[in-house]
Design a protein around this ligand. Structure first.
Ligand code: NDP
Ligand code: GDP
Length: 327
């Protein structure tokens, strides 16, 4: 039986990845940071029905002693470093914390494996936000980076440290440059989930309006369930490497609204209002990925269309509000 350690196990990707790896027969251990809200912290794992199947160990990614202790005790075959301050908008409000968790955090993982001389394979969660002010209309592993937020700058540091430890110390460390991926378990502050939750509340008569920021930005959105599959595939390769994971289709926030409201027979123009509070100090106008390397080397391809993703998210949010669920 293989053992994996997931940092960020309570987040969207951590929950889907834990489910995938449990299904493959892994012992799944998660790093859980202490919270005063421990009763709600495992909601995503509960939503997927796996809360009792994973082992949660107390620690924080920024605390090297806890990372070292857990890695030494668990001796994982595979480590997935997903923990981060992951919300771009908050990274302008908390730039130093974002640097510590999203940037420096992975170095604690890399150092733990190096110092303990373990053969653990490491996956690091890089991000398409590193492309920022895009230098090429379609972004691949070869496209130069131009980060546009403290979050993206922190991810860029973490990305290069992962590459550096691979090249310097021979660690089996891979970095997945994942484009935006969503699901019913996406954090409520991200635009897709904010929209599908808004659609559900408006449809059920719980709200009338949905305040949003820049509707013209475009993202390449996939389903998180597909994307965690790619993370696992990267660690099954003999040689570690970096891969772009994307659908190759880009859509505006406006068109996402059109699809989500349209699914319940509403016109987004009747409900979406612009609130400047949601504009960002610097915007990433468009992201559009080229995942052909992952397709060729890993055999990875997305399986869920944007239309199906939107329907799954809207329906899940309607169910949540009808049943007054928390997640
Ligand atoms: P989430 O925000 O849903 O999850 C983040 C996780 O990190 C949570 O489990 C959170 O714990 C944990 N965490 C935050 N700070 C710490 C800390 N100091 N110590 C330990 N754990 C911590 O993110 P996603 O699941 O959406 O994303 C997973 C990773 O992939 C992130 O690194 C993200 O930046 C990156 N990424 C995501 C993309 C996407 O579209 N989803 C695209 C590209 C990259 P808690 O529950 O306690 O808050
Ligand atoms: P990001 O790509 O990681 O920043 O993911 P988000 O879902 O947070 O944002 C995607 C895009 O949606 C960005 O270009 C935002 O400016 C835009 N956007 C427009 N309105 C909103 C909003 O109300 N909330 C969020 N989170 N983003 C918004």
């Amino acid at each position: 039986m293989k053992t994996c350690l997931i940092t960020g196990i309570t987040g969207q990707d951590g929950a889907y990845l834990a489910k995938l790896l449990l299904g493959k027969g892994y012992r799944v251990v998660g790093l859980l940071r202490r919270s005063a809200s421990s009763d709600v912290i495992g909601e995503r794992l509960r939503w997927l029905g796996i809360y009792d199947d994973v082992e949660l160990m107390d620690g924080d990614l920024t605390d090297i002693s806890s990372v070292l202790r857990i890695v030494q005790a668990v001796k994982p075959d595979e480590i997935y470093n997903l923990a981060a301050q992951s919300f771009v908008a908050s990274s302008w409000n908390q730039p130093l914390l974002t640097g510590q968790v999203t940037g420096l955090g992975v170095v604690n993982v890399l150092e733990a494996v190096r110092l303990l001389e373990l053969p653990s394979r490491i996956y690091h969660a890089s991000s398409s936000e590193m492309f920022g002010l895009i230098q090429h209309p379609i972004q691949s592993e070869k496209t130069p980076f131009y980060p546009r937020s403290p979050y993206a700058a922190a991810k860029l540091y973490a990305h290069w440290m992962t590459v550096n430890y691979r090249e310097s110390f021979g660690l089996h460390a891979s970095s997945g440059i994942l484009f935006n991926h969503e699901s019913p378990l996406r954090g409520i502050e991200f635009v897709t989930r904010k929209i599908t939750d808004g659609v559900a509340r408006i449809k059920l008569g719980l709200a009338k309006e949905l305040p949003l920021g820049n509707l013209e930005a475009k993202r390449d959105w996939g389903h998180a369930r597909d994307y965690v599959q790619a993370m696992w595939m990267m660690l099954q390769q003999d040689v570690p490497d970096d891969y772009v994971i994307a659908t190759g289709r880009t859509t505006s926030i406006r068109d996402f609204c059109r699809l989500a409201f349209g699914h319940v027979g509403l016109n987004y123009e009747d409900h979406v209002v612009t609130d400047p509070k949601f504009f960002r100090p610097a915007e990433v106008d468009v992201l559009h990925g080229d995942a052909s390397k992952a397709k060729k080397a890993l055999g990875w391809e997305p399986t869920v269309s944007l239309e199906k993703l939107v329907i799954e998210m809207v329906e899940a949010d309607i169910t949540r509000h009808q049943l007054k669920l928390r997640a």
